[in-house]
Ligand binder design. Structure first.
Ligand code: GUN
Length: 280
């Protein structure tokens, strides 16, 4: 079977270009959009993400403010910064890069961010809005997955959608979004009794389990659409996903590569949330 590569690099560029045009239109009306990016400590992966987020802001004409705090920052000091940014009317979005050092309670920090500035979509108010179908920020990776499907011409309504993984950041929200698009949704996870039996039912299979090349051809129905959220580095330093691409691709109708699939969409949707923050 010939398969379509779902090209996240190209689609994310389209979305960023749309954001750039919207930001420009706001600027003409005298509205400048500002994202505050907070990083605590110097985790190398976080450093790369934060740099990429700030670069995307530049590309889109969104102002970014950078706060780099030392590893030993207290929870109190971080909460004080969040409060200051909440009160600052020139700041539209606040992003605190995770993970945080162990002396800081992540949930406390996430809840301290004003819901109307929660461009990551991690606040319980944002999660609750998604749950109840109200207006709110949707976390970026799940929102990006829906855009990948829609912009690749893949119909969700009526399809068997299976999500592997149940995290607050990906599994649970992507399941709710697929449901909102009228998919028939099953969520499975590491304790699912017969995972293969469930994933083989999927017309659309979203994999976010965090295990390299875990999903092989025998987990996949002929002609399925595969969305791979995982990102790992193998022993040769090469990137791979949760899906064993070489074995799965020939069996499916469309698949996201790693890299260049879901990854670039996360930052594009962050830009989109920053634009949306103006009138949320
Ligand atoms: N750490 C890994 N991914 C993310 C993300 O999307 N947002 C934040 N704030 N931290 C992260």
């Amino acid at each position: 079977m010939s398969y379509q590569i779902i090209d996240g690099k190209t689609i994310s560029k389209e979305i960023k270009e749309e954001c750039r045009m919207k930001a420009e239109a706001y600027k003409e009306k005298g509205i400048e959009i500002t994202l505050a990016v907070v990083q605590v400590g110097s985790d190398p992966a976080s450093g790369v993400y934060v740099r990429n987020k700030k670069r995307a802001c530049e590309e889109c004409g969104i102002r970014s403010l950078s706060y780099e705090l030392p590893e030993e920052t207290s929870e109190e000091d971080l909460l004080a910064l969040v409060e200051k940014l909440n009160a600052d009317d020139t700041v539209n979005g606040i992003l605190v890069q995770l993970p945080l050092p162990e002396q800081i309670n992540e949930n406390k920090v996430i809840q301290a961010i004003e819901a109307k500035k929660d461009v990551d979509g991690f606040h319980p108010m944002s999660a609750g809005a998604l749950f109840t179908g109200q207006k709110g920020f949707v976390s970026c990776t799940p929102a990006g997955i829906i855009q990948l499907l829609k912009r690749s011409g893949i119909e969700i309504a009526g399809k068997e959608c299976v999500v592997v993984g149940r995290s607050n950041i990906v599994g649970k929200p992507v399941a709710l979004l697929l449901l909102a698009e009228n998919g028939t949704v099953t969520v499975c996870h590491s304790k699912t009794a017969d995972l293969r039996e469930v994933t083989k039912r999927a017309d659309i299979l979203v994999v976010a389990i965090g295990k390299p090349k875990f999903i092989t051809a025998d987990y996949v129905k002929e002609g399925a659409v595969i969305i791979d959220v995982g990102i790992h580095r193998n022993e040769n330093g090469k990137l791979c996903g949760d899906v064993d691409f070489d074995s799965v691709a020939p069996k499916c109708s469309a698949i996201t590569p790693v890299p260049g699939g879901v990854g670039p969409m996360t930052i594009a949707m962050l830009m989109s949330n920053c634009i949306a923050s103006v009138d949320l």
